[in-house]
Design a protein around this ligand. Structure first.
Ligand SMILES: Nc1ncnc2c1ncn2[C@@H]1O[C@H](COP(=O)(O)OP(=O)(O)OP(=O)(O)O)[C@@H](O)[C@H]1O
Ligand SMILES: [Mg+2]
Length: 252
């Protein structure tokens, strides 16, 4: 199977992490034999809790470790450095069934973030081919599109709430992505909206209402695996995934 890469983007707080996690759960249950890589590309961290998977190390930990060993002169040849990086990378991947989880981590020092983003891009490009599906929970806003971290993907999923600002942000992402991202398809999920709200968008994948179960799960610190299969978030994610894969739009 050719690797399919999903990247979730949009304004802050609209549901990117919850929806990435729901997609990951649905993919893992639908394709039991598939290998799925879940990537938390947001330094603010969230996908780990949403999936209930805790990584021992993050990409930023590895990047710093390698930088330190270079400074101390502990690493010799480039080949040695490469094998050290690969070895440490394995430590970053936590597993739950057919899901492997990797997190970018939280760069402490100001100004470090572009370095870890560049590293993330290389890592995604380097290891994606080992998986059937890769789902990337992106940082809020446009930065990772601008930095070309999400340059080669299959599906760009734009998440918004019903607000004008949310729609503006996906409009901007769309414009920039046209120039900087190669992808098969874009699609929009409108999340947490009142019943009856139906925005007119050419590539609408699903409209999801306010989900009480999700809110309760959040309060109990439960993962997306605790969502019932008839909850709005789960059903909406399933519909959006189906529409993306069948190359159809949703309600429009
Ligand atoms: N349909 C929904 N109904 C109710 N609550 C929801 C729904 N979707 C998401 N939430 C809740 O809204 C909050 C924000 O969601 P989430 O963390 O997924 O957004 P995000 O876009 O990843 O945010 P950030 O930009 O901060 O990373 C969370 O508490 C989440 O549980
Ligand atoms: Mg998030």
């Amino acid at each position: 199977m050719e690797t399919k890469i999903f990247a979730f983007t949009g304004k802050g707080g609209v549901g990117k992490t919850s929806l990435s996690a729901a997609f990951i759960r649905i993919l893992s249950e639908t394709y039991e034999k598939a290998k799925i890589l879940a990537v938390d590309a947001d330094p603010a961290v969230g996908l780990s809790a949403a999936l209930g998977i805790e990584p021992k190390k993050t990409l930023d930990d590895v990047r710093l470790q390698i930088a330190e060993s270079i400074e101390k002169g502990e690493t010799g040849a480039a080949a040695e450095l490469l094998s050290e990086a690969k070895f440490h990378l394995l430590d970053c991947i936590a597993e739950r069934g057919n899901i492997s989880f990797l997190a970018i981590g939280r760069p402490e020092a100001a100004g470090c973030y572009c370095k870890v983003n560049a590293y993330l891009k290389q890592v995604i490009e380097g290891i994606s081919g080992n998986y059937d599906f890769v789902v990337i929970d992106g940082e809020a806003g446009i930065e990772q599109i601008n930095r070309r971290v999400l340059e080669h993907i299959s599906y760009l999923v734009l998440v918004t709430d019903g607000s004008k600002k949310g729609l503006q942000v996906i409009g901007t992402i769309r414009q920039v992505a046209e120039k900087l991202v190669t992808c098969e398809k874009t699609g929009v999920i409108v999340n947490r909206v009142p019943a009856g709200y139906a925005p007119e968008l050419p590539d609408l994948l699903a409209v999801i209402g306010d989900d009480d179960t999700q809110r309760r799960n959040d309060m109990r610190g439960e993962s997306v695996f605790a969502l019932s299969e008839d909850s709005p978030l789960y059903c909406g994610a399933k519909e959006a995934l189906k529409n993306l894969q069948e190359n159809k739009n949703g309600i429009v």
